[in-house]
Design a protein around this ligand. Structure first.
Ligand SMILES: Nc1ncnc2c1ncn2[C@@H]1O[C@H](COP(=O)(O)OP(=O)(O)OP(=O)(O)O)[C@@H](O)[C@H]1O
Length: 654
């Protein structure tokens, strides 16, 4: 395609192109002039020209023109013959009315080009060659009058810059760093890979007893791998790692319900239980209050009797109360009352900034649970604050025998004073494999434990072995009937049901409640933290058959006995799906998950789940006749629901 066209001035004849006769006249006279000029150059041609001139002088009008053309034709044939002899080129006789006697190579090419132009064909190479030999410089006046510049010819004379052609773009192949691409493998099947407590080296008798007392007789695969790895880093004491080097950070990606909590609680408690002075040496950060509460309980269980103090700073209690449990001032000196702090990011930052007695200068372990969520949602603001607090000089630096500076390149000088290393332990069922995101955490020679092999193409995730997944195609209006069918007719209980918003959760809760026959509760930010805690307790105790929740309960929450999860609204993201369905089939047990999918969502949903490495997603059909008998009551309830919601809205306004 030409970039642009150039319209040349073609002489007077161009202007009178419409007039065929005058045009041919003008052409003829021009040809005559040229012929004359050439004849002067060639004596033989001159002779002929003289004869011709005598003859033509007697003729006039159109006949004269005709004859002249015939003469031209003859002349043309002669010159062609000559040319053939001289350059031995087998060319066809040209019937172009324009002729030259002294055709050189460029003229031949010009002629060839003209022919091609007439035929409207010609390869690109040929056109380019023509352009390079300068054949396009032919004056317009020498062209046949009806030869208009063609676009293809014009384009051939231009070199088009820039790559405008459509090319198939090759997919960029992901290349992972070695530590991500080659993790220490964790077996996914819990049941057939239980490891007796005694077979895991380094666990002290006190903790082993505690584990047994809590019903833990064997370790799960993730615990058997991670506990020794963390304990190994404190073999030479808290100050230095193996061989005198700073210990490696540890990342763990293992399925939901695989026992990741104990994988960090046990080694951290064991590493700290011999400490002399109480300082904050372990900090566990979790995204929600409920999760912080859960992990706090596990730490308390295993720290009991060791002298270690565990404190929660997650906003469950007022700031001042938390402050008092974290530190105290005795004799004008601030003293830590906590060895292990379990916190949510927001409240943690509050204590770092506003609580003078809260010091992280002795921090040895930073545990980031649900690490991918923490990376995504916090933009590292809290992590920067923690790092600053760890390396800040203050109260501790005066009494400390060692210097603590932010680690830089390893040199003899940097290794000579004893350094308290900060070791990061990251845990998630959906740990990101994005090296850029992980880079933001400032990991030191990380070591990954994973139950999936990182491939270079798609991100694959961990699904619990005992989980069976189904999706149910349905319409929007049939969803409430479906859930009632699962509860009332199929007798699924207890069921944890997820919606995509708290409004949807509340509406469904009201609807099921109005329908009757099911013990139902909702769990969302509509409830206060204490109400939420109570609700979870009641659900765990079997007092609630159906718990309708937002994603507030999707991550990390460990509710024993949940046999069925229903995604009332299909989740948008694979990570959300994995955490939601992971509330069942925990600790090696079996569980089932259903996802209600609208017709338009089916393809995308199935692809999303299968691409993530789900081993068992199947379609489940619920026949329309199965829902019969519930519809009339459902219609009544819908009317009632409208009234109740209206009342609620009115109450809210006043
Ligand atoms: N060795 C063990 N033997 C028996 N039960 C265990 C063992 N380890 C953990 N559990 C139990 O397994 C359940 C799941 O553990 P945990 O909550 O630590 O899983 P998780 O991997 O952190 O899950 P999520 O990714 O959902 O947070 C808990 O109820 C826990 O008590």
């Amino acid at each position: 395609m030409a970039l642009f066209m150039i319209n040349r001035y073609l002489g007077e004849e161009e202007e009178s192109k419409s007039n065929g006769e005058s045009r041919s006249k003008a052409l003829l006279s021009k040809l005559q002039e040229r012929a004359k000029a050439r004849e002067q150059q060639s004596p033989a041609a001159k002779k002929e020209s003289d004869v011709q001139d005598t003859k033509t002088s007697e003729q006039s009008g159109v006949g004269k023109t005709k004859r002249k053309l015939e003469q031209q034709d003859k002349e043309k044939k002669r010159s062609k013959k000559k040319r053939k002899e001289s350059i031995r080129e087998k060319d066809d006789v040209d019937d172009t009315p324009v002729e030259h006697t002294d055709l050189g190579t460029s003229d031949q090419l010009r002629k060839k080009k003209k022919k091609k132009d007439k035929k409207g064909s010609g390869t690109r190479e040929e056109q380019q060659h023509t352009a390079s030999t300068g054949a396009v410089d032919e004056p317009e006046s020498q062209k046949p009058a009806d030869a208009q510049p063609e676009q293809s010819n014009t384009s051939s004379s231009f070199h088009i810059l820039g790559g405008f052609e459509n090319k198939a773009v090759q997919k960029v192949q992901r290349v992972l760093p070695k530590w991500l691409a080659e993790p220490d493998m964790i077996k996914r099947d819990i049941k057939s890979n239980l490891i007796p407590l005694v077979d895991v080296p380094g666990i002290c008798p006190l903790l082993r007893k505690k584990l047994e007392a809590n019903g833990i007789r064997t370790f799960f695969p993730v615990q058997a791998e991670v506990i020794p790895a963390v304990l190994e880093s404190v073999n030479s004491g808290l100050l230095i790692g193996r061989g005198g080097y700073r210990p490696r950070d540890i990342c763990v990606s293992a399925p939901t319900g695989s026992g990741k909590t104990l994988a960090f609680v046990i080694p951290v408690v064991q590493a700290l239980m011999t400490r002399v002075v109480c300082e904050v040496r372990a900090l566990a950060v979790l995204p929600t209050k409920e999760l912080a509460q859960q992990v706090y309980k596990v730490f308390c269980t295993y720290a009991e009797g060791t002298g270690l103090k565990v404190v929660m700073a997650a906003g469950q209690k007022p700031f001042a109360v938390e402050q008092a449990t974290l530190s105290e001032i005795r004799g004008g000196v601030s003293r830590s009352l906590a060895d292990i702090v379990v916190a949510t990011p927001g409240r943690l930052v509050d204590h770092i900034n506003k609580n003078e007695g809260f010091s992280l200068q002795h921090l040895r372990f930073l545990i980031i649970d649900e690490a991918d969520r923490m990376i995504d949602s916090m933009q590292q603001a809290w992590l920067n604050q923690v790092t600053k607090a760890v390396y800040k000089s203050g109260r501790a630096s005066g009494v400390s025998i060692f210097r603590r500076v932010e680690p830089g390149p390893i040199t003899v000088a940097s290794l000579s004073p004893p350094q308290m290393p900060l070791q990061k332990l990251l845990f998630s069922a959906t740990l990101t494999q994005n090296p850029e995101k992980l880079q933001q955490l400032g990991l030191h020679q990380p070591r990954l434990f994973s139950s999936t092999h990182s491939s270079s193409s798609e991100e694959k995730f961990n699904f619990p072995q005992g989980l069976t997944e189904y999706y149910v195609c349905c319409t929007l209006s049939k969803k409430p009937l479906l859930i009632l069918h699962f509860l009332l007719r199929l007798k699924f209980s207890p069921v944890l049901c997820f919606t995509n918003s708290r409004e949807a959760a509340h509406r469904l809760f009201l609807l099921v409640k109005l329908y009757g026959g099911v013990e139902v509760a909702e769990f969302s930010s509509r409830l206060s933290p204490s109400e939420r805690q109570k609700t979870l307790k009641n659900f765990e105790q079997g007092k609630i058959q159906l718990l309708i929740s937002t994603d507030a309960a999707a991550r990390g929450i460990d509710i024993k006995g949940v046999k069925c999860v229903i995604n009332y609204d299909a989740p948008q993201y694979i990570r959300t799906y994995i955490h939601r369905v992971g509330r069942t089939a925990r600790a090696g047990k079996a569980g089932v998950a259903f996802t209600f999918v609208l017709g338009v969502q089916v393809e995308k949903f199935v692809k999303m789940v299968q691409d993530a490495g789900s081993p068992s997603l199947q379609k489940q059909t619920v026949k329309p006749e199965s829902l019969r008998g519930m519809e009339s009551r459902y219609e009544e309830v819908l009317n009632e629901l409208g009234r109740v919601i209206k009342e609620e809205n009115t109450e809210k306004r006043f």
